[in-house]
Design a binder for this molecule. Sequence first.
Ligand code: NAD
Ligand code: DAU
Length: 332
Amino acid sequence: MQKLLVTGGAGFIGSNFVHYVLEHTDAQVTVLDKLTYAGNRASLQGLDPARFTLVVGDICDAALVDPLVAEADVVVHYAAESHNDNSLHDPRPFLDTNIIGTYTLIEAARKHGTRFHHISTDEVYGDLELDDPARFTEATPYNPSSPYSSTKAGSDLLVRAWVRSFGLQATISNCSNNYGPYQHVEKFIPRQITNVIDGVRPKLYGAGENVRDWIHANDHSSAVLTIIEKGEIGQTYLIGADGEKNNKEVVELILTHMGLPADAYDQVIDRPGHDLRYAIDSSKLRSELGWAPQFSNFEQGLADTIAWYREHEQWWRPQKDVTEAKYKVQGQ
Ligand code: NAD
Ligand code: DAU
C-alpha cells in the first residue's frame, strides 16, 4: 500500500484527487494544507479516518514538511495560490507559496529520495491567438503573462533543475482549466452560477472572446494518477480534454441551463494582460500512458455542476459575499 502526501488537498482539484485516489486505489493519504481562504475542510468530509489524515500547515515550513515527506512514498504537489485576479492585486503570497513552497518540498524530496509529482498549469506557455490552429505541446517555450503563471513557471523550472542537478525523482503535469464541484466561487464558472442563484447578472470580462480549454476535475485526477503509476521520471505531460470554448459561450450556456435569456449578463472591465486562448495537445499522455478523458460532454458536465451548486449552498455561501466585495472594488 502506497503512502501519498497531497499538498493543497483541501482545495478544488486537490480534494477531487484525494477522493479519486481513495476510491480507486488502496493508498493511504495525508493532506498538508494551510487552509487559506481557498482551502475548505468540508471538501474532505466523510473520508475513512483509517486511510486519511489532514495536517494543517504551510508548505514553506521546512520543519513541518521534512518528516511528512520522509514518511511518504509519493508527494503530489497541488498547493498553490491559484487565482490570476488575486495575483494582479497582491502578488507576494504567490511568490511565497508557489516558489518558496515548491523549493521547500523538493529539497525534502531530494533529501529523502521521495517520488515527487508537480501539478502545474497550461498558463506557463502564455497564450495563443484566437485564429491560430496551434495548441500547446510539451515542447512549447515558456512565456507566462501574469504573476500567478510566472510563479507557476518558476516552480516548474525549479523541479526540472532538481531532476537534472540532483536526480530528483519527479514528473510534472500541466493541465488546462478545470471545472466541477467544490470550485471556489472566485473562479469563472462557479462565480456565474452562484450569481444567477443570487439573482445577480453574470460578469463577463471584456467581450468574452477569450478561449479556455475546459476539462472536468475528475479527468484531471485520473490523468495525475496515471502519471504517478506509469509516468517516466523527468518527463512533463500535458493534460487536456479537447474542451475549447470562449467565455461568452460558457456564460450563455449557464444562463440558458438556469432558465434565463442567453444575453442576461453584464460586460465588465477586462483583466489586465488577459490571456487570449489556451489549447492543449495531450497526445503524449494518451499515446504513451494510455490515458483518455471520461467527461467528453461539456454541456452535461456543466449542467451537473450547476445542480451541485444549487444543492450545496451551505458549502459556498460563506465565501460569496467577501469574494464579490473584492470584485466590486476592482470594478468587476
Ligand atoms: P485552490 O486555490 O482551489 O486550492 C489551493 C489549495 O492550496 C487550498 O486548499 C489552499 O489552502 C492550499 N494552500 C495555499 N497555500 C498553501 C501553503 N502555503 N501551504 C499549504 N497549503 C496551501 O487551487 P486549485 O484550483 O485546486 O489548483 C490546485 C493546483 O492545480 C494549483 O497548483 C494550480 O496551479 C493547479 N492547476 C489548477 C487549474 C485550475 O483550473 N484550477 C488548472 C491547472 C493547474
Ligand atoms: O488554465 C489553467 C488555469 O485556469 C489555472 O492554472 C488557474 O489556477 C485557474 O484559476 C484558471 O485560470 P483562469 O484565469 O483561466 O481562470 P478564471 O476562472 O479566473 O477565468 C476563466 C476565464 O473567465 C478567463 O478568461 C477570465 C474570465 N472571467 C473570469 C471571471 C472570474 C470572466 O469573464 N468573468 C469573471 O467573473
